[in-house]
Design a protein around this ligand. Sequence first.
Ligand code: GDP
Length: 349
Amino acid sequence: NGAALDGSAAAGYLESVPASIWDRRRDGSYLTELLLGKGYEVHGLIRRSSNFNTTRLDHLYIDPHNVGKAQMKLHYADLSDASSLRRWIDVLLPDEVYNLAAQSHVAVSFEVPDYTADVVATGALRLLEAVRSHLASNPGRSIRYYQAGSSEMFGSTPPPQSESTPFHPRSPYAAAKCAAHWYTVNYREAYGLFACNGILFNHESPRRGENFVTRKITRAVGRICVGLQSKLFLGNLSASRDWGFAGDYVEAMWLMLQQEKPDDFVVATEESHTVEEFLEAAFGYVGLNWRDHVVIDERYFRPAEVDNLKGDSAKARRVLGWKPRVGFPELVRMMVDRDLELAKREKVL
Ligand code: GDP
């Protein structure tokens, strides 16, 4: 079963591994690295996909340096299948469950709102219920639950946004994340479950899905540099986001589950930049002018936009002792460097 090896704690996290259009933050790979480093046994639940894509995880379960230690194992499950969730919790007996699964693309959620609600909102409820019912029939067991919330829940509420800021979601994705947030609070209050909401502001990395704006830009910069493309089609350049590094943010997730009491935390850099500023930084880093390459395309505008996100993460800094290590310019450079490498490789192929 999933019980501890070497006396270490067993953990499970959930993140559907996607067909390529279902882009996501790839937090699961960063969290897995963190947990393996701490001696956890990690089980990832992935959904069946016609395009089996575990590239971000491959290094974790084939890394020869991990031989002899607890390593990651992958299992099929689905947030739309309650029985699969309960079964894996019964079999793996995790001490910690991280729910990172989502249809996480805001614009796509307007195209598939019902599916988004099913996975993001009802999926979280199914998982909470699987944890609750498992604990009810297994007295003496304990499971700590992490729910991946999103700054998108704040939507049109003006910044700075903290734990006490009212939500005003602006997309089916954001509305579904609000429901999942409140299910988590409710299971904590109703059943005494150790359940935490992490309200994470945008967090990026070289592993970010290619249709999120940061990665779309850095990937284009790489490909423009090596001559694989010349234009980049974008939507609204004036939106502001509080962009941090995913590798820093997974540490906050873990810290939340190590506290004495479950609670909700905003995780943010407390610095906001427009999409245009991201363009300046990314193109500027390689000596290009973004204005020579960017073309505005109406199709990338959203039916309702979130204009300005900037977090107030004072509580996480005070209670968890967390703070981001990677700043905005460093994040941009890290992503451009990686995408330049990938573009060079693509050019050779
Ligand atoms: P989000 O904050 O979770 O929606 O993250 P995204 O990276 O998808 O979008 C961040 C901001 O960039 C939003 O305000 C978008 O409207 C804006 N944006 C402008 N052009 C684009 C684009 O071509 N793709 C995406 N994904 N976002 C864009």
